[in-house]
Design a protein around this ligand. Sequence first.
Ligand code: GLU
Length: 375
Amino acid sequence: MTAKALDSLRAAKRIVVKIGSALVAEDGLARQDWLNSLAADMAAHRAAGQDVILVSSGAIALGRDRLGPDRPRKLEEKQAAAALGQPLLMAALSQAFDARDVPVAQALLTLDDTENRRRWLNARATLETLLGAGAIPVINENDSVATDEIRYGDNDRLAARVAQMVGADALVLLSDVSGLYTADPRTDDDARHIPVIEELTEAHDDMAGDINQAADVGSGGMATKLAAARIAQAAGCMTVITLGTAHNPLTVLSNGGLATYVLPSMTPEKAREVWLRGHLTPEGTVYVDAGAAAALRSGASLLPVGVTRIEGRFARGAAVAIKDDAEHLIGKGITAYGAEDAARIAGLQSDAVEAQLGYRGRPALVHRNDLILES
Ligand code: GLU
């Protein structure tokens, strides 16, 4: 079972790696040697043709000493510490990845960026562009502006949302425990390690209990890791929870290091389809010509040139129905243009869109990844 899970991890096309504060920082300083070894591993994955994204905690841990002698407790103190520490975090990571000639890019996200479809389209497009350019996106929560109501609060869940957003097939949570145990292994000698989970149940949550909740830095524990694994599982992405403390943690993992694998029950593509089917309530209709209808059925995106007219009022990021002129429903999808702009570019070749709108929009009105066809 573990061997099979390990094979799927090795075959992953897109991997999101999350590192916790305790791995990034020690006594307020970056653990540069360890970060260098992680960068070497990630660069090797990239060189092997896998897309890799890093979700890194550690801003607060690196910045808090600069705020004052007392540990930051209030939300605004933590936010200020994060603002002080985020550039230090990026400096340490840049140094690590520069040595491998790999460019790193910073992306700070708030909850809205993955929950609001319009912003989600933007964030995803940016991440795709960065990956296409061969860069490694480094993501953290935008702690300095995110307040209690609009926070992820922990990077485990943020990493899972990112994995979902980019259709990753593996999420690797590097932490200070080597996965899920039947009880806390630090206090219970009978605790057994669980190598593979196919279905997450309440029994697993009970086992996670509050392991690591008392951690000195960072906010995640085993419970948030399982919460992240649930999000990833629903998105068709496997989650690997493993010890990251050794140097070259990803090499250790792919050589069979101890880990808990939470397996998905479907592929990211299938999961996206299921999600789209459950979430798309059309707010308007995009009518298309016969050529576009045929192209859509063969798996293409919907380009402005194939659109004949628009009906309804909707914003960018809304769900729309796609019909032919005989009112036959072809599919549903998420639109990259609001109704007004969509109407203005209907029938235009993609290279004429910018002149018409005054800005360069997305090439597709509905991207094929955001589309489901009616059978
Ligand atoms: N965003 C926080 C930081 O960079 C960490 C959140 C977490 O511990 O999961 O310090």
